[in-house]
Design a protein around this ligand. Structure first.
Ligand SMILES: Nc1nc2c(ncn2[C@@H]2O[C@H](COP(=O)(O)OP(=O)(O)O)[C@@H](O)[C@H]2O)c(=O)[nH]1
Ligand SMILES: [Mg+2]
Length: 458
């Protein structure tokens, strides 16, 4: 959802990078563009002003302007200040000593409270917790059913005493049940309104008094931009908010809401939701988001993602091959499979350092179809050819082209790309063999290979 902001900021940085020396004037031009980019991304105008002022203060410092890479320094300042916009947060839920933990879900109607309750329950189960959920949305009969259904999908228990339509007593009942049956977390889903009204606030106060929540999560629909944030501030004043969940980040939200939450509401973002499925919830990591927006890549997220599809053994095996320059077309094909399992190429590319702009250029150019062509070509080779590309003379290439239904040019191009990739890997293998170590290094080796494969497909 930060795509457009990200592209604009990267343009600004690219221009700065071309300046040999920075002057207050060149900085000012860049700042003006940064300001426009943020405003266009729907960031609160007061936030934008304060942000630009802070960056200017630090950037026109004599030390910065005189430094060897002033452009880089400015990028770093923008990065720091953007991180500051997200406040000091680790994402997810802070540790608590209280048991059971009680999470009160707040938000306007349709913001995604019930869905997020299910997602959060699932997330908690993954963290080894035993959550129970309860709906206090008694006005709409379907609301209780909806929560029962998501609870079932998440594989957690829903407290639902038949016929009890009193919000407070439903919430207290869930506390009771949690204590007796040993659940360690209770998520209380609440009714929303289209607008903030007193009746709802009174009801929420009563539930709050009855269950004494440890966490009060406000679910804000990111697609509604600044409006969502304004109501969050209001809820914070009336009932209190400890963290914000930004839902519907998968929509065409421009990111302004996310960048304004801390300044406007005064509490950090805890989670982001990016889809209707129960898996689509992520603990919010400001540093990763900022790196992504600024085109520095989200290597950690990428590694996590890679770890979920590649075993430690595979990664180690691959790293060994890279180090020994023993990477074959067969390995190349396996890498492609891995990339496929990691999800749509576009998403992965967005996480790679410096790939933001390339991603834009490539829109629609590399796709699953192209991957299939590459695979078809490799599959038309004999196992011996795949292990030893040097066997691939003209007549063999023609045979492969016929077998795979691709042109000889395509076969040639693939082999050339494979060789380029091998060359790159040899260089990187040298680097990877240096200092540092352990798991991360292995993963990096794997990732580098995957990145290379991506590039090769261009
Ligand atoms: N695309 C998308 N839709 C979402 C997300 N979270 C919730 N929704 C949808 O938003 C609608 C309202 O969600 P619901 O949980 O019922 O909102 P509530 O009224 O606050 O409880 C439903 O259609 C959900 O499927 C999200 O992160 N992305
Ligand atoms: Mg609901």
């Amino acid at each position: 959802m930060f795509d457009s902001l990200s592209n604009r900021l990267q343009d600004v940085f690219a221009n700065l990078g071309r300046e040999v020396r920075l002057t207050p004037e060149t900085v000012e031009i860049a700042l003006r563009e940064i300001r426009m980019a943020l405003l266009e991304a729907d960031v609160n105008f007061k936030v934008v002003k304060a942000f630009v002022d802070k960056v200017r203060d630090r950037a026109v410092d004599a030390e910065v302007l005189k430094s060897l890479s002033p452009g880089q320094q400015v990028v770093r300042i923008v990065r720091d200040e953007m991180l500051a916009l997200f406040g000091d947060t680790q994402g997810g839920l802070p540790p608590v000593s209280a048991t059971p933990r009680v999470i009160l879900m707040l938000g306007l109607q349709g913001s995604g409270k019930t869905t997020t309750t299910g997602k959060l329950a699932k997330w908690l189960v993954k963290q080894g917790k035993h959550p129970i959920v309860v709906s206090t949305d008694v006005r709409r009969p379907a609301a209780i059913e909806q929560l029962n259904l998501v609870a079932k999908q998440a594989g957690v228990r829903a407290h639902d005493p038949a016929g009890n339509l009193d919000p407070v007593s439903r919430a207290s009942g869930a506390m009771q049940e949690a204590r007796t049956l040993g659940y360690d977390t209770i998520i209380v889903d609440t009714a929303g309104r289209l607008h903030i009204d007193d009746e709802l606030m009174v009801e929420l106060e009563a539930i709050k008094a009855a269950v004494q929540p440890t966490d009060q999560l406000y679910v804000a629909d990111a697609m509604t931009g600044q409006d969502a944030i304004k109501s969050a501030g209001e809820f914070n004043r009336r009932v209190g908010v400890t963290g914000v969940v930004l839902s519907k980040m998968d929509g065409d939200a421009r990111g302004g809401a996310a960048l304004s939450v801390v300044s406007v509401v005064g509490v950090p973002i805890a989670f982001t939701g990016s889809g209707e499925r129960l898996e689509d919830l992520e603990a919010f990591h400001p540093d990763r988001v900022v790196s992504r927006v600024l085109g520095m890549g989200d290597v950690l997220s990428l590694i996590e993602k890679a770890e979920s599809v590649v075993t430690q053994e595979d990664a180690a095996k691959l790293e060994k091959k890279i180090l020994e320059n023993d990477f074959t077309l067969e390995d190349f094909r396996e890498q492609l499979q891995t990339i496929k399992r990691m999800g749509p190429l576009e998403n992965i590319l967005g996480m790679l350092p410096g790939m933001g702009q390339i991603k834009q250029q490539m829109q629609g150019k590399i796709d699953d179809k192209q991957m299939a062509h590459v695979e078809a070509i490799i599959l038309s080779m004999t196992p011996r050819e795949r292990r030893n590309h040097q066997l691939l003379n003209g007549s063999r290439r023609r045979r492969i082209a016929r077998g795979s239904g691709r042109s000889v040019e395509e076969v040639n191009r693939l082999i050339k790309q494979f060789l380029d990739m091998k060359k790159m890997m040899k260089m990187m293998g040298g680097l990877a063999g240096g200092k540092g170590g352990g798991k991360l290094r292995k993963q990096f080796g794997m990732m580098k290979a995957a990145m290379q494969a991506q590039r090769t497909l261009r």
